[in-house]
Design a protein around this ligand. Structure first.
Ligand SMILES: C[S@@+](CC[C@H](N)C(=O)[O-])C[C@H]1O[C@@H](n2cnc3c(N)ncnc32)[C@H](O)[C@@H]1O
Length: 365
């Protein structure tokens, strides 16, 4: 992949291109990045590259001549796409990155000041790309973002232990949580399933986590993601549980004034976490709590399998719950860890050892 960056500030890019994976790819010849200083092509006797905007307004506009000449003189026989980094452009996504990675080469034009004379764009640019809905001082960071994201897809750039296949967006979903050693970090344990060595269980757990995180944070991605029937069933179950994530106002904080913060992370959707923490820590209002549950309950499943319901008896609390399945087969040896529950504990979310969350309704006490 050959990338030519046209910029007034080549030194802004150089440090990033010499480091880590990008640096290695360039050194190994898998990636060629040429930084071209637009100022070297100006025909202005003061070496100027910008001027006041016609029609008035704040700031300066980069003049067309040095840009057009710089690109024309450096792209003879060039095959690929010529991109201007711009907040007006198509917003960069992993799909666009995949498209760009298929090109033989890329031209990346970095604007500065108030932008670039439109005639330069009309002459030498195929497409405008934005790296997000905000305004930067220049296109250099955008160019680096494009180079970084595209180069990861160039064969050989990532080592065998740095796969790009399983990641957020590549699968159409956001990525599942990752853990590394130690298995217990300051009281926060790695989910049991990841330590068990059963690859099918691990895959299933990761898939469900990906679906759950995508549903919580970027539900619109699910519309385009390739989903199996099992995924759709998982999503139905997750949505049921989500619909039951009770408003904090209905939960009783007083009953659990000391609980590990990790529980908040496990149960409260990220969007509400700040609010939950604030309320939980303040302890003043009846707004929400994560209820320490039931380490050893007694489960009696209804027949036949696959079970749709099970009964969970919680000896400490003297409560009997009806739990909606379906349940894993075989059933986990232990039941119930942490639950999110409403004040009278009639509706509960249970996190099971398999990492799944179940909804439970109180049957009788
Ligand atoms: C201050 S901005 C110019 C913004 C321009 N006046 C506008 O309102 O669209 C200067 C340069 O930063 C770059 N830039 C700013 N925001 C960007 C974004 N979100 N994505 C890509 N490039 C961006 C562009 O190259 C742009 O020419």
């Amino acid at each position: 992949m050959r990338i030519k960056v046209f910029t007034l500030f080549p030194e802004m890019l150089r440090p990033m291109l010499g480091q880590s994976i990008l640096g290695r790819a360039i050194k190994n010849g898998l990636l060629e990045v040429e930084l071209i200083d637009i100022r070297d092509y100006t025909l202005d006797k003061h070496r100027s590259t910008d001027d006041y905007p016609f029609g008035g307004g704040a700031g300066m506009v980069m003049t067309a001549q040095p840009i057009v000449d710089a690109i024309a003189q450096n792209t003879e026989g060039f095959r690929g796409r010529r991109v201007y980094l711009s907040p007006r452009g198509r917003r960069l996504t992993q799909r666009i990155v995949e498209e760009l990675a298929k090109e033989d080469g890329l031209v990346l034009l970095c604007g500065h000041y108030e932008g670039v004379d439109q005639r330069a764009l009309d002459s030498v640019i195929d497409e405008e790309l934005s790296i997000g809905d905000y305004v930067l001082t220049g296109g250099e960071l955008g160019a680096l973002v494009v180079i970084d994201a595209v180069s990861r897809l160039v064969p050989g750039v990532l080592g065998s232990d740095e796969s790009s296949e399983d990641e957020s967006f590549t699968t159409g979903l956001l990525e599942y949580p990752q853990y590394t050693r130690p298995a217990d970090f300051r009281g926060m344990a790695v989910p049991d399933v990841l330590l068990g060595g059963n690859h099918a269980d691990i895959e299933a757990w990761r898939r469900e986590q990906s679906l759950a995180i995508t549903l919580e944070r970027r539900p619109e991605l699910l519309d385009a993601a390739p989903l199996t029937d099992a995924d759709r069933e998982t999503l139905r179950r997750l949505k049921r549980a989500e619909a039951l994530a009770l408003p904090f106002e209905r939960l009783d904080l007083k009953r659990a004034d000391a609980f590990p913060k990790a529980w908040v992370n496990a149960f409260v959707p990220e969007a509400r976490r700040k609010e939950a923490r604030k309320h939980c820590l303040s302890g003043r209002r009846h707004v929400g709590h994560l209820w320490r549950a039931f380490t050893m309950g007694f489960v009696q499943a209804t027949e036949p399998r696959p079970w749709d319901d099970a009964l969970l008896y919680l000896p400490d609390e003297g409560l009997l719950y009806k739990i909606r399945g379906p349940f894993p087969d075989p059933l986990p040896a232990e039941w119930g860890y942490v639950v999110l529950t409403d004040a009278d504990m009639s509706r509960t979310l249970l996190r099971m050892p398999d990492g799944r969350t179940y909804y439970a309704e109180k049957e009788r006490t």
